[in-house]
Design a protein around this ligand. Structure first.
Ligand code: CU
Length: 184
């Protein structure tokens, strides 16, 4: 008797935990960098919200360590391909082109910014939404990897004032991006 009662109580409690008290979704910033030893993310990595099926990603990574690092590839669930790009003047025209690697020598900083080095997300699977956090895996020449999280936002910089807030206006997205803008 005693036993079965306790058993029932246990069922009730676990039922409540499973259904009634779902933990609130983790609303805030994910870990922006599970950085490798010696590396530190400065500011918030970000991905530009753009029409079309490709866009750029940017961050600043500082190397406090003793050894040099070199990023040779990147991967993210939002696009078919992620390339490492630079902007360069070729015959007076600014063009993007792929680079083999992104160097982060010991004691220095790797700067990815609009008009310079960047991650290029090519063939996005679906339109991005401002405020979303995108996991990006960076792969190094020694086979090591690390995960960063980049936030989707409009505009040029990660340090403009609205980028620090919660972006509630964008989070409510009254217009469903799934509808209406396919094709271009
Ligand atoms: Cu590019």
């Amino acid at each position: 008797m005693k036993r079965s009662k306790r058993f029932l109580g246990g069922l009730l409690v676990s039922g409540l935990l499973a259904s009634g008290f779902a933990a609130p979704l983790a609303a805030d910033e994910p870990q922006i960098c599970e950085c490798r030893e010696g590396l530190e993310m400065e500011g918030t990595p970000w991905i530009r919200l753009m029409p079309g099926d490709m866009t750029g990603g940017y961050f600043v990574l500082r190397n406090h360590g003793e050894r040099d690092y070199r990023i040779v590839a990147a991967d993210a669930p939002i696009s078919e391909v992620v390339e490492l790009h630079e902007h360069a003047h070729v015959d007076g025209v600014m063009r993007m082109r792929q680079v083999d690697g992104l160097e982060i020598p010991a004691g220095e900083r790797l700067l990815l910014e609009p008009g310079g080095l960047h991650l290029m997300f090519i063939r996005l699977h679906e339109p991005l939404t401002a405020g979303d956090w995108i996991p990006v895996i960076l792969e190094f020449d020694d086979g090591g990897t690390m995960e960063i999280h980049a936030r989707v936002q409009r505009g040029e910089g990660s340090s403009d004032s609205h980028s620090r807030g919660h972006m509630m206006d964008d989070d409510t997205h009254p217009m469903d991006p799934e509808h209406g803008q396919h094709g271009h």
